[in-house]
Design a protein around this ligand. Structure first.
Ligand code: ATP
Ligand code: MG
Length: 574
């Protein structure tokens, strides 16, 4: 490809709305252009990268025995009613109507469609197991589509769905997919960590996420892991053993005491001279539009996904101050939010974290301004149920081996789930077993964010000058830069190297633009070609400059050697 003909406009500035490095660099280097919030044009350079990620994914999925198909982007409401998700899937689901007033949605995921395909086509145990996948655009009306391709509203996903007759079969396929995922991300030059995770809106019993570990803001997930063993989990699913703490408040009797102006946990703990671990904090959440109360030791935080799951809800948020005031008033109280408790709020479900069971003689709010109940015990507080709703904190102990847990951030690029019969049962999707009896399929589903993976690769490989694409997914492998295109000798050598590389199957670009060398070098670094060969003044000595983008290493070598270096490196990486 001649750079003079290439559709690429690099920009001097980052787009104003770009917060994370992949968004900044991909926009500035001319890979993507925003169409509207969370929706991007994939320009030619980006499309080459995406196709490579797709091809690697396709290759590994095919090798793992899955079969590719393509399902429609537009989905009818009826199937979503059969699975029961039409009502419960939140506002991420983009619903619309056609000219006949028929309700539809844009596919955020394809469990319903694939299950209906299986129902029509996989009628006998003899046809199973089967794993079907597609690579296609998805639409999710995300609340905060703010990270470029990392969190788009329209994005490209590989989604696979497996159908088995037994749990063992599903388990085998789950492991098969986990291995395929490791291969895919390794081949993309993107090391990942496989961590336990919550199964969320898709549902099911077991799930793991593939995380690109990063220390930047782009990592929207907290990942807890243990150095002592292989335990690692997303914070929405992580568990821990708590280190020793004071769990007995030491009050000699149960009584209501004055606690003036103790509107925060710190103020209350200081006033009562107790550690916060013996204060029971009461948080009000709104789950699917209804209030619930969550009780937790005040030195700990609530993990919202765990809380949501405990109520099998779809949407959760913390109650606002006006909402809490309204609840107080409705129940005949007028205390500030620091004094809230389950007392006298009989219509609001109360859930407590498991760790609350260990508390004795603790402190709890009773909806009276400037007062708390001290020396309370479990029988003094209305608790409807206990569950693990606690957010793990670094330093708490590994549930497997007891060593202190560490925390890091991760970008989720892939996710595998055991679905079981979550879709096949309600959708009545069955096959006939050996005895001719109808049985629901045992399903799994497996997703990879193709566009997110490409962006995550940028998060993992860049420097202050631009992107450093891993060779396997770089838009092109090498750029050949004649310093001065008016120099016939430089152009001759550059052209020869270019032809040789192309005929060796290398994806080469010749920067034949009539630009200053500095501009060309800057663009080459920004776009992130893994290799650059420069034909400049040293041509008179028979030498060119060979530069590796990843390491910054430069060498003066003959054109033949430079060409061979590139060929060898690319062959080794693919
Ligand atoms: P997240 O928790 O980040 O919202 P998710 O768990 O909802 O993602 P899945 O339903 O598991 O996502 O989808 C499979 C894969 O699709 C994810 O692992 C991720 O790589 C990708 N993906 C999901 N949402 C987006 C998005 N908004 N933009 C780009 N990729 C996405
Ligand atoms: Mg996920």
């Amino acid at each position: 490809m001649k750079m003079s003909k290439m559709f690429v406009q690099t920009m001097r500035e980052y787009p104003a709305d770009a917060e994370v490095i992949s968004h900044k660099l991909l926009a500035r280097a001319g890979f993507i252009r925003k169409l509207t919030s969370g929706v991007y044009n994939y320009l030619p350079l980006m499309w080459r990268v995406l196709k490579k990620v797709e091809d690697i994914t396709r290759d590994e999925m095919d090798k793992a025995g899955a079969q590719e198909l393509l399902m429609p982007f537009l989905q009818p409401k009826e199937l979503w009613e059969q699975s029961g998700r039409w009502e419960v899937y939140g506002r991420e689901l983009m619903r619309l109507k056609d000219r006949h007033n028929r309700e539809m949605c844009l596919g955020p995921t394809h469990e319903e469609i694939i299950t209906s395909i299986a129902r029509d086509g996989l009628k006998s145990y003899k046809q199973l197991p089967v794993n079907l996948y597609q690579i296609q655009s998805k639409f999710r009306d995300e609340v905060r589509p703010r990270f470029g391709l990392l969190r788009g509203r329209e994005f490209i996903m590989k989604d696979a769905y497996s159908f088995d007759t037994t749990e063992e079969g599903l388990d085998k396929e789950y492991k098969n997919m986990a291995q395929a995922y490791k291969n895919i991300f390794n081949r993309c030059g993107l090391p990942t960590k496989m961590v336990q995770s919550d199964s969320g809106a898709i549902g099911g019993s077991l799930s793991h996420e593939f995380m690109v570990i990063t220390d930047t803001d782009a990592g929207e997930n907290d990942v807890f892991y243990c150095d002592g063993c292989d335990y690692s989990a997303n914070s929405n699913h992580a568990i821990s053993k708590l280190p020793e703490a004071v769990t007995d408040g030491g009050f000699s009797k149960k009584e209501i005491v004055d606690t003036p102006k103790t509107t925060s946990i710190d103020l209350l703990a200081e006033f009562l001279k107790v550690p916060s671990s013996v204060i029971l904090k009461d948080l009000v959440y709104i789950i699917d539009k209804k209030p619930v109360m969550a009780l937790i030791r005040a030195d700990k935080e609530v993990e919202e996904t765990k809380l949501l799951n405990a109520f099998q809800g779809m949407e959760i948020r913390i109650a606002t101050a006006p909402e809490i005031e309204e609840i107080m008033t409705k129940h005949g109280f007028n205390a500030a939010k620091g004094f809230i408790g389950p007392e006298g709020m009989d219509d609001i479900p109360v859930i407590a974290d498991e760790s609350v069971k260990d508390l004795k003689n603790f402190v709890v709010g009773i909806n009276k301004e400037d007062k708390h109940l001290v020396g309370a015990n479990l029988s003094d507080v209305r608790i409807d149920k206990f569950a693990d709703i606690r957010l793990v904190q670094a330093g708490e102990l590994c549930p497997q081996c007891g060593k202190p847990l560490k925390v890091t951030r991760g970008i989720e690029v892939g996710n595998i789930f055991k679905l079981g019969t979550k879709y096949s049962k309600p959708m009545n999707a069955t096959y006939l077993d050996k005895d001719g009896k109808a049985q629901p399929y045992i399903m799994g589903c497996y997703g990879i964010g193709i566009s997110r993976t490409a962006a995550a690769a940028v998060e993992a490989h860049y420097d202050e000058f631009g992107i450093k694409w891993p060779i396997a997914i770089a838009p092109y492998h090498v750029v050949i830069t004649p310093v001065n295109i008016q120099d016939a000798e430089q152009m001759k050598i550059a052209n020869e190297m270019y032809e040789k590389l192309i005929s060796a199957g290398i994806e080469a670009v010749l920067d034949d633009r009539d630009e200053r060398a500095g501009v060309k070098f800057k663009d080459a670094d920004l776009i992130g070609f893994p290799f650059r060969i420069t034909a400049g003044k040293t041509i008179s000595e028979g030498l060119v400059e060979y530069k590796v983008r990843e390491t910054g290493v430069q060498e003066k070598v003959t054109p033949e050697v430079a060409v061979q270096h590139v060929i060898d490196a690319v062959k080794a990486a693919l």
